[in-house]
Ligand binder design. Structure first.
Ligand SMILES: [Fe+2]
Length: 193
């Protein structure tokens, strides 16, 4: 007598098993693609961070080149950076403007566009020379204003000679017309040109 045979797989008239297996394959492939993309995004973020750091360090070097060129500034840049950052921290706005530090460092960067004979003139400047000297905040702002993560820094550079009583330049802004983050720069900048 022949023993009974093992029961075979249950009939699958709708192809459900095949469909489920296919979906599992798709899900595994999508999971793999997601992991690869996530890893690439992290690598890209790390590379962008390194690029930004290198860029900011280049800016820092540039600021000190300007300082070396300008006989008036001395340790002025570093002092302004320290005072400006301290005041912004005290005002509670430092975290909202991480690029402000570079605005304080670069506030006189526009002096790169001022003739050497004016920058290094030993005696007092003439009225015409002062008009030229007083363009340096605008020149400096133009150097930064198109860089997306330097918007506050550009404002600081533009406004660093504005004074609360409206006697500053280039726009003779008064009181609260001076944007808040540049305020510390205006108040911590000694009366140099
Ligand atoms: Fe200045």
């Amino acid at each position: 007598m022949t023993p009974p045979s093992e029961p075979g797989p249950a009939p699958d008239p709708d192809g459900q098993d095949g469909l489920e297996a296919q979906l599992r394959v798709f899900a595994a492939e999508i999971g793999g693609l997601y992991r690869v993309q996530k890893e690439r995004a992290e690598q890209l973020e790390t590379a962008l961070g390194a690029l930004k750091t290198a860029y900011l360090e280049t800016i820092r070097s540039f600021a000190f080149v300007v300082e070396a060129k300008d006989a008036y500034t001395g340790q002025h840049l570093e002092r302004c950076r320290a005072y400006g950052v301290a005041l912004m921290e005290e005002l509670g706005v430092a975290d909202d403007h991480p690029d402000a530090e570079y605005g304080f460092l670069l506030h006189d960067a526009g002096k790169i566009g001022i003739p050497e004979r004016i920058l290094s003139k030993p005696g007092p400047l003439t009225a015409a020379e002062w008009r030229i000297m007083r363009t340096h905040p605008v020149i400096g702002c133009q150097m930064l204003e198109n860089i997306p993560f330097m918007t506050t820094a550009a404002e600081i550079v533009r406004c660093h000679h504005e004074m609360f009583d409206g006697s500053g330049y280039p726009q003779r802004l008064k009181g609260e017309e001076i944007p808040c983050p540049p305020g510390p720069s205006a108040s911590s900048t000694p009366l140099t040109p």
